[in-house]
Design a protein around this ligand. Sequence first.
Ligand code: URA
Length: 282
Amino acid sequence: MQQMPPDRTLLLASLRDYLEQLREEGIDGLPNPNPSSANTSSLRREVSKVNSGGSTGPQSLADQLPASAPSLLRPSVPGELFYRYPGLEKTRDLAMLRDFIGSCTRCKLAPQRTNLVFGVGNPKAELMFVGEAPGADEDLQGEPFVGRAGQLLTDIIERGIGISRRDVYICNVIKCRPPDNRNPEPDEVSACEPFLFRQIDLIRPKVIVGLGNFAVQALLKVKAPISKLRGKWHEVRGIKMMPTFHPAYLLRNPTDKRLVWADIQEVMKFLGHPLPPRGTRR
Ligand code: URA
């Protein structure tokens, strides 16, 4: 089936949103790989018109992007995000985003769920945890991480870090339970991922902790296993992301709790609240 070309207004909205995001990340100038290129300077004029809310002339911006244009200018992820669900870029807070999602039927998980599990916690949290998908308990209660793995995550937050679960934000890549706790499938991830990315954009935490193979691979769009990715800083939508093992994995492999603890210590050091060494906490 042929795809409709993206609407010009949407394209501009998503480009503006992306430029705002870059500015928030501290990028306020555009790299110019070829100062003599007329294409690049006309592109700059277009971008500055978009920034100031002005018109962009008859041709679509995407059409004007030369193949050599700096990749920062290509509305890649944000563009895809907003083309897929027009209006998503207009959600200005988590309540609006939740309303936008509604009683979602955008993927095949919808008919089997009890509750859509959106996310919980502080909408202005510095620290955000992202897991894989709701399990049976989460599906029944409509809240992420409330089963056995959830209890362990709560312990890590409340007893380990020493803050209330209400002070962080917790959600999953997938908002509905896959049947029999099977892994989410690619079409389910791609249907749900724009909502996770919008959650991240709206909360703009200082750090995301990615929990387990699936969540981290979905966030980073890589295939490397969690054992290779954990313990090192990555970036997702301009936010620092620390991958670590999933609490469900820790229930089966409790000796790896020390690795998770090392990752959490790194996170807290970055946030400016270093934790005392293990075993010395009151
Ligand atoms: N595992 C997850 O990844 N998310 C939950 O919400 C519960 C278990």
